[in-house]
Design a protein around this ligand. Structure first.
Ligand code: C2E
Ligand code: MG
Ligand code: MG
Length: 638
């Protein structure tokens, strides 16, 4: 389009590349050279050598121009060529019948060449010259300077007029045709460019993550294919690293998408800083990045993984928060762990799962045993789904006892899975997998509903003072609808909220988010009690106890069990009990197995206890029978 506005030649538009323009001009020079040669031969054979010298001069000039043509001289050469040919034709016409000569027939074709190779300026100057030439010839003939063989001097000016008119018409036609051709080609170029832009935009959408601008998995796959193809040429260790932000779901659910997106962008920047010439970074999903790295040995990869984890662990200042991200990394190696993208990814994922299960912020290289463990987990998820559909779960109850008089005040609901062919499966074996797969939401909902129904049933049996405690997984808070699930369970069972206690763990408070705080506070406002389970094993941040309206602290079993052997543990238990009293919280000791521990805790003013000393977790039917015949004298006194 710019060339059109500049009045550039058609050739410049058709061949924007100067080298191809030179080639075209050289072709034209060759063409004219051959034409002159043929004309010269014709002159020698049929016309008594009358124009041989002029034709020879023309050919020499063309040869010189041929040698002179270059990217910078195309316009000059085209101009000189056309002027040479025009003057040669004029010369020939002067010597043979002027306006009646044959040479001037070439003029329109010279105008065509001018339009194609040199542009408007040359075409205008040539046509002006040609028109002047017609009238000059007419005048010359009229005055007898040209000895024309055609004796018609009276109408010679009429002839010049006619020729001028025809030349102008041809020139106009050529000009219009050239202009239209230029417009057409300009539009074509414009459309091609537009298509290229669209293609680029589509590629960007398909191949790049639109939040961080990092290439995505498709690009990653392409790189692995190229790397696999060249692997025989390389002695480097090629590592496929999957990096997962393990607490991202939490951040997303509790702080919202905008902040989560900002963290991802900051993080991508941080990760890119660690980028070297030998590594490539991709964003493969919401909370997952892939690194491909060429290293000299495994130690270098380990060091790199360590750097990645440290970079992520540094807090991200977002608005008024300092957000800490946790991550896990799984690594697979080409070609030992796989020779294609799918296999490398699958093995890196297996290693990632192991890393996630070991401790926060760790990395693992793939080992063959990992695959077996993964397939075991996948199988268990299928079995758990079946267990939900076939109602293979049962709640067992463990009595909660008042330390002062050993009376039963309630029970903790502890889930059991009657797995066909495997007997009773402990929650310790399946709850983590239920959490990993998201099935905990359904299982947890069922446990809540069942516990409320059972507790209400106890009341109808005359055990009206008993409350029930239900364990909650932190993941049950993620959807934000836990309060409505709890309230529906209470409503359907007609159990008063004060008889329900919800056990949450300290891990729920890792991030001080309003999202979770609001749900807990909604529940306690409705009269449901909140107990902090396994107190002392997690973050033990006292601040959250008041913030989250907790009513009870459950001292973790690990302190109670070792109390007899360790004065340090004993002091710690005493301190927790004192602390809870100071904060107006109730306390329950878990895992009391013998009389001595019971007596010690009672002396420490511990209020409630649970443990095998009084009762193991038992089925609802057994629990009812047990409570009905509860007798403190049944328990050993030493
Ligand atoms: P937890 O809530 O801390 O439950 C106490 C665990 O200690 C229970 O194990 C109980 O059987 C055991 N226990 C109680 N007294 C004694 C004792 O004197 N000695 C010994 N050695 N152990 C004692 P269980 O039933 O295997 O449950 C393990 C964990 O599984 C629970 O720990 C709880 O975190 C989780 N869990 C159980 N049921 C559910 C559930 O319905 N939902 C969720 N999310 N988690 C559950
Ligand atoms: Mg518990
Ligand atoms: Mg516990």
């Amino acid at each position: 389009m710019r060339l059109l506005r500049d009045g550039g030649s058609l050739a410049a538009l058709i061949f924007p590349d100067p080298a191809s323009r030179v080639a075209q001009l050289k072709l034209a020079l060759k063409f004219f050279f051959i034409m002159l040669l043929l004309f010269g031969l014709n002159s020698i054979i049929f016309l008594d050598n009358s124009y041989t010298l002029e034709i020879f001069t023309g050919m020499v000039i063309i040869l010189m121009l041929y040698g002179f043509v270059s990217c910078d001289t195309t316009n000059i050469v085209a101009g000189m060529l056309l002027w040479t040919l025009t003057i040669l034709a004029s010369y020939q016409a002067w010597h043979s019948n002027g306006l009646y000569g044959t040479a001037i027939i070439i003029f329109p074709s010279l105008l065509i060449f001018a339009n194609i190779f040199a542009g408007k300026l040359l075409a205008y100057s040539l046509i002006s010259y040609m028109l002047l030439l017609f009238y000059f010839f007419a005048y010359a003939e009229h005055s007898g300077f040209i000895a024309s063989s055609i004796k018609d001097s009276g109408s010679i000016f009429k002839k010049a007029n006619n020729l001028s008119f025809m030349l102008l018409m041809s020139g106009l036609g050529i000009g219009l045709a050239t202009r239209n051709a230029k417009l057409l080609i300009g539009n074509l170029i414009h459309n091609i460019k537009k298509n290229d832009d669209i293609q680029l935009a589509v590629n960007k959408l398909v191949l790049f993550d639109n939040l961080t601008g990092l290439p995505n998995e498709i690009e990653c796959n392409k790189h692995v294919i190229r790397r696999v193809a060249n692997s025989h040429e390389d002695n480097n260790v090629f590592a496929f690293i999957i990096l997962e932000l393990t607490n991202f779901e939490w951040i997303y659910a509790s702080l919202g998408q905008t902040i989560a997106d900002r963290i991802i962008c900051y993080l991508a920047d941080r990760l890119e800083i660690l980028h070297t010439d030998h590594s490539r970074l991709y964003r493969s999903s919401n909370n997952e990045f892939i690194y491909l790295i060429e290293a000299s040995d495994y130690d270098e990869i380990s060091e790199y993984c360590q750097q990645l984890i440290q970079a992520i662990a540094r807090p991200f200042p977002v608005e008024s928060f300092d957000i800490e991200m946790t991550s896990a990394i799984g690594v697979s190696i080409l070609p030992f762990d796989g020779d294609n993208y799918q296999k490398l990814k699958q093995k890196a994922h297996a290693a990632l799962t192991q890393a996630k299960n070991s401790r926060p912020n760790s990395f693992k290289f793939f080992e063959s045993e990992m695959e077996a463990s993964i397939s075991k987990r996948v199988k268990m998820v299928q079995e758990l789904k079946k267990a939900i559909a076939l109602q293979e779960f049962e709640l067992y109850y463990q009595a909660k006892v008042a330390m002062a008089d050993q009376s039963v005040v309630g029970a903790e609901a502890l889930i059991r899975w009657h797995k066909p062919g495997a007997g009773i499966v402990s929650p310790l074996d399946f709850i983590p997998i239920a959490e990993e797969s998201g099935l905990i939401n359904e299982i947890g909902k069922w446990a809540l509903e069942q516990a409320c129904l059972d507790c209400q049933h106890w009341h109808t049996l005359g055990l009206g003072n008993l409350s029930v405690a239900v364990n909650l997984s932190p993941l049950q808070f993620q959807r934000g609808n836990l309060p409505s699930i709890v309230l529906r369970a209470l409503h359907n069972s007609k159990l008063a909220p004060s008889f329900l206690e919800l056990e949450i763990t300290e891990s729920l408070f890792i991030d001080d988010s309003d999202f979770i705080k609001e749900q807990v506070s909604q529940l306690s406002t409705k009269g449901v009690d909140i107990a902090i389970d396994d107190f002392g094993t997690g973050y033990s941040n006292l601040n959250y106890l008041t913030k989250f309206h907790a009513r009870t602290l459950k001292v973790d079993m690990s302190f109670i069990k070792d109390m007899q052997q360790s004065t340090q543990k004993e002091n710690l238990v005493a301190a927790i009990i004192k602390l809870s009293a100071m904060m107006a919280l109730e306390n329950t000791a878990e895992g009391i197995e013998d009389h001595a521990t019971y007596m010690k805790l009672r002396d420490m003013k511990c209020q409630y206890g649970q443990g095998y000393y009084w009762s193991r977790p038992i089925s609802n039917k057994d629990f009812i029978a047990r409570v009905k015949h509860w007798d403190v004298n049944d328990f050993p006194k030493k």
